[in-house]
Design a protein around this ligand. Structure first.
Ligand code: 13P
Length: 250
């Protein structure tokens, strides 16, 4: 049985006071109605201490949205994996499409960030996904394969066992346009075959592959019912406790 995970990526929303209130509401909801999935809250860095405090003793876990590729030193503005671990983070996003396409992070840097996460004991949630033009020109699988290779090739089986993958087609993020379960399932299958080629059958069978991109309470169950989809990475709908809890399965 693969791990199943539903994570809320709050992006640059909610200050620490608003974040604590949202996390408390989610923790209360989970206490009333436990989930078979791991639930991970991924607030901005500045909200992490307050969110951790708010979910203490609950089933929810904390993750960060980014990590430095470096471990320590003169890197102004960066946050290290050790700092995130010290705050109780278990997960960190690496390669989110907004960091690839808006901030401009490239494959080599993301591979270093993924390794920094592993060195510090975090589970990287490595995000991949094609642009609309790439899907329309039939290049989606090639783009996603390149991103997976850039991040994961050369990892040992032990290292890879802590990696979570997230397929987030860029055209589905924040657009209200969700990939169909079939589109997502096909890509997840392709990702799993590639992991099998790169890292072996056991790695392919065990890596959780999450889907993200305009996931809403109305679309979540259909996506989660697909055997290739091991969980969800939720943006906008994770910013309110009721819509996020409606996505988290029992
Ligand atoms: P939306 O759910 O707002 O489309 O965002 C998805 C996402 O980028 C999660 O990381």
């Amino acid at each position: 049985m693969r791990r199943r995970i539903v994570a809320g990526n709050w992006k640059m929303n909610k200050d620490h006071v608003e974040g604590a209130a949202l996390a408390r509401d989610i923790a209360a909801g989970l206490a009333a109605r436990p989930s078979s999935c791991e639930v991970v809250l991924i607030p901005p860095f500045t909200s992490l201490p307050a969110v951790r405090e708010a979910i203490r003793g609950s089933a929810a876990k904390a993750g960060a949205q980014d990590i430095s590729a470096e471990d320590e030193g003169a890197f102004t503005g960066e946050i290290s994996g050790r700092m995130l671990r010290a705050l109780g983070c278990e997960y960190v996003l690496v390669g989110h499409s907004e960091r690839r396409h808006i901030i401009g992070e490239g494959g080599a840097l993301l591979a270093r960030k993924l390794r920094a996460a592993l060195r510090s004991g975090l589970s990287p949630v490595y995000c991949v996904g094609e642009l609309l033009g790439e899907r329309e020109s039939g290049a989606a699988e090639e783009v996603v394969s390149r991103q997976i290779r850039e991040g994961c090739e050369g990892l040992s089986p032990a290292e890879f066992s802590r990696v979570v993958l997230a397929y987030e087609p860029v055209w589905a993020i924040g657009t209200g346009r969700t990939a169909t379960p079939k589109d997502a399932s096909d890509m997840h299958g392709a990702i799993r075959r590639l992991i099998g080629d790169l890292l072996g059958a056991e790695a392919a069978a065990e890596v959780p592959v999450l889907y993200g991109g305009s996931v809403k309470p109305e679309s979540a169950a259909g996506l989660l019912a697909d055997r290739e989809i091991d969980g969800l990475l939720v943006g906008g709908a994770s910013l309110a406790a009721d819509s996020f809890l409606a996505i988290v399965p029992r």
